[in-house]
Design a protein around this ligand. Structure first.
Ligand SMILES: Cc1cc2nc3c(=O)[nH]c(=O)nc-3n(C[C@H](O)[C@H](O)[C@H](O)COP(=O)(O)OP(=O)(O)OC[C@H]3O[C@@H](n4cnc5c(N)ncnc54)[C@H](O)[C@@H]3O)c2cc1C
Length: 360
C-alpha cells in the first residue's frame, strides 16, 4: 500500500482523507494547529451556493453531485462516530427576486425545485420574516449541515478507520526529486510520501510557493453572529442581498456574513457586528429581542468565480491540490474529494477534470 499525506485538517482535507481511506489507502493528515478550527468551522453549512445560477457549470456540477449524497454521508458518519452532523432540509427562502428568469432557467436545467411565492405564501412558508416582501424565491430542497459537528464526526470516523492525525505539525515545504514528490518538510522533520495533497485552505498558495499557480487563492474574511433563539423561532434559511439567517435545530441562528479582503486577519470588528445585527433584524425582525452569544470570523480560500483547484501538479507527479472552495467548501467538498480520489487512484470520474486544473 502507498502512503498519502494530506496537508490541512479542514473539511477539504478530511473529506479527501475519507475518500482515500475508503479506497484502502494509508493516510496521514498533518495540521498546523488543531483540525477543523479554521474556515470549515466558521462557515454556515448551507448545502447550496447562494444564488446558484450566478456560478459557472463547474461549480453547479460539484454542488449537485454532493447535494445528492450529503444526507447519506451524514447518516454514515453518525453511525460510525456517534456524532450527528444534523443534516436537515430546511429549504432556502430568497427575498430578492430580480433574477427570477435566470433562476428558473438554471433550476430547470439542473432539475432543482424552485418556486416563486407571493406575500401570503411567504408568510405561510416562514411567518417570522419581515412582512413587506411581495415575492420571494423558494428552494425547498436546500439542506444545511452543522459544520462543527460534521468536522467532529469526520475526525472520529477517520481515526476509527486508521487515519493518522498529526496536529501542531506545520508543513513548510513539499519535497520532490526528478519531477516526483518525495514527501514534505515539517517543523519537526521530514515525512516521506508517495502522494501529497495540499488542502490547506487560504494558506495553500503560500505552501505551494510557485508564483504561476493558485494566484487567486487568497484569504477572504467572513464574519458571523450567533443568536440564541428558541427552537422553532425560525425554520427555514432566509436570505436577502447576499446575507442570510440559518436556523439550527437547537434554536441557535447564525447570521452572516461579510466578504472582506484584509489578508490573514481573523479579528472581528464592531462595524461588522452592527451591520450584521441590522441585516438580522431586516430578515427576521424578532431577532431584535434575541441575545447574541458569539461573533467570529473565518478565512475563506478565494478563487476565480468560486471554482476550486483540484488536480495534480503539472510538473511534480504525485503532488495534488484540493483548494480554493471560496464560499462553498462545505457543499462542494464531497464531490471535490471524489474527483481528487479519482485522479490519485486513476479511476474514471463523473467530472471533467480540466475545469478544475491548477494550471487553468
Ligand atoms: C463565514 C463563512 C461562512 C461560510 N458559509 C458556507 C456555507 O454556508 N456553505 C458552504 O458550502 N461553505 C461556506 N463557507 C466556505 C467554507 O467554509 C470553506 O470554503 C471551506 O471550509 C474551506 O475548507 P478548507 O478545508 O479548504 O479550509 P480550512 O477549513 O481553512 O482548513 C485548512 C486547514 O489547513 C491548515 N493549514 C494551513 N497551512 C498549513 C500548513 N502549512 N501545514 C499544516 N496545516 C496547514 C489550517 O490550519 C486549516 O486547519 C463559509 C466560510 C466562511 C468563512
Amino acid at each position: 500500500m502507498k502512503d498519502c499525506v494530506i496537508v490541512g485538517g479542514g473539511l477539504i482535507g478530511m473529506l479527501s482523507a475519507y475518500e482515500l481511506v475508503q479506497a484502502g489507502r494509508r493516510v496521514k493528515l498533518l495540521e498546523r494547529g488543531q483540525t477543523g478550527q479554521e474556515a470549515s468551522w466558521a462557515g454556515g453549512g448551507i448545502l447550496s451556493p447562494l444564488y446558484p445560477w450566478r456560478y459557472p457549470d463547474a461549480v453547479s456540477e460539484l454542488a449537485s453531485w454532493g447535494q445528492a449524497r450529503y444526507q447519506a454521508l451524514a447518516e454514515a458518519l453518525c453511525e460510525q462516530s456517534g456524532i450527528d452532523p444534523e443534516w436537515q432540509q430546511s429549504g432556502l427562502l430568497m427575498l430578492d427576486t430580480e433574477e427570477q428568469a435566470e433562476a428558473a432557467a438554471w433550476a430547470e436545467r439542473y432539475q432543482v425545485p424552485l418556486e416563486t411565492l407571493d406575500s401570503a405564501a411567504i408568510q405561510q412558508c416562514e411567518p417570522v420574516v419581515d412582512g413587506h416582501h411581495s415575492t420571494a424565491l423558494w428552494m425547498p430542497a436546500v439542506a444545511q449541515i452543522r459544520n462543527p459537528r460534521l468536522l467532529a464526526a469526520l475526525r472520529r470516523t477517520l481515526e476509527l478507520r486508521g487515519v493518522v492525525f498529526e496536529e501542531q505539525q506545520e508543513v513548510h515545504a513539499v519535497q520532490h526529486q526528478g519531477g516526483r514528490i518525495t514527501g514534505v518538510k515539517t517543523s519537526q522533520g521530514e515525512i516521506p510520501a508517495d502522494h501529497v495533497v495540499i488542502a490547506s485552505g487560504a494558506w495553500s498558495r503560500q505552501l505551494l510557493n510557485d508564483p504561476r499557480y493558485l494566484t487567486a487563492v487568497e484569504p477572504v474574511r467572513g464574519q458571523m453572529l450567533l443568536y440564541k433563539g428558541a427552537p422553532g423561532l425560525l425554520n427555514t434559511i432566509v436570505m436577502s442581498e447576499g446575507h442570510y439567517a440559518i436556523p439550527r435545530k437547537d434554536g441557535h441562528i447564525l447570521v452572516g456574513s461579510t466578504m472582506e479582503y484584509v489578508g490573514f486577519d481573523k479579528s472581528t470588528t464592531p462595524s461588522a457586528a452592527s451591520a450584521l445585527r441590522q441585516i438580522a433584524e431586516q430578515l427576521v425582525p424578532a431577532l431584535g429581542d434575541v441575545e447574541i452569544v458569539r461573533h467570529w470570523a473565518g478565512l475563506r480560500p478565494g478563487s476565480v468565480e468560486g471554482v476550486p483547484y483540484i488536480g495534480e501538479h503539472p510538473e511534480i507527479s504525485g503532488l495534488y491540490i484540493n483548494t480554493g472552495h471560496f464560499r462553498n467548501g462545505v457543499v462542494l467538498g464531497l464531490a471535490s474529494a471524489r474527483l481528487l480520489g479519482d485522479l490519485i487512484l486513476r479511476r474514471a470520474s463523473p467530472f471533467d477534470q480540466s475545469l478544475y486544473a491548477i494550471e487553468r
